[in-house]
Design a protein around this ligand. Sequence first.
Ligand code: GAR
Length: 214
Amino acid sequence: MHKRRVAILISGRGSNMAALIEAAKAKDFPAQIVLVASNIAGAGGLAIAAANGIETLTVESKPFGADREAFERAMHRELEARNIELICLAGFLRLLTPWFVTQWEGRMLNIHPALLPSYRGLHTHERALADGVKIHGATVHFVVTEVDSGPIVIQGAVAVRPGDTAQTLADRVLQVEHRIYPAALRLVASGHITSGRGAVAADTDDVFISPRLD
Ligand code: GAR
C-alpha cells in the first residue's frame, strides 16, 4: 500500500496534530505524516512531532508582513521538496490566499470547531452559547478559497450542557475533533472520498436529540 505523504500545518499546541500522528502509527493507516510545519517559531506542537521522530520545520510568517503569498510560496517550496501529497491544517491560524488554495485544491483539509456552515470564523464556542444552540461540534472539510467553507468530509456533534462555558464546551468539542480528524484523513487518503464527489453517504440511522427525550 502506498501511504499518502502528509504535511500537517500548525500554529500552536498541536493536539489535533498529535491525534493524527497517533492514528498514522496504525499499520493499515493509508497516510504517513512526513512533516509538521509551523508559521510560529516554538509552537508547542513542534516538540511533540519531533519526539515522534517526525521532521519539523518553521517558516515564520511574521517577516513576510502583509505579503501572504510570499510566505506561502516559501512554505510551498518546502512542501514540494518533500513530495507532499496532502495537507492537514490543524490550528493553522493563517488566512490562505487563492494562490495557495488553488495549488492544493482537493488535497488540503482543515478542521473547524463548529458544525459548518454555522459559526464560520473565530470564537465559535462563545457564539454558539450566546445563541443557545443545543447541539454544537466540529467539522473537517476540504479547503476552498472562501474561509471555513468547502466540501464537508465528516462532522462530530456534542450536546451543549446547561452551565457550559466556552471552555468546557471547547474541551468536549476538542475530544470530538481528535476522533474525526484521523477518520477524515483515513477517508481521503484511501480515496474513499474526494472533494469533487461530495460527502460519503452516512450508513447510519443515528439521530441525536438534545436535550435528551425521556
Ligand atoms: C482546534 O480546536 C481547531 O479546531 C481550531 O483551533 C484549535 C487548535 O488546537 N481551529 C480553528 O479555530 C481554525 N479556525 P490544536 O492546536 O490543539 O489542534
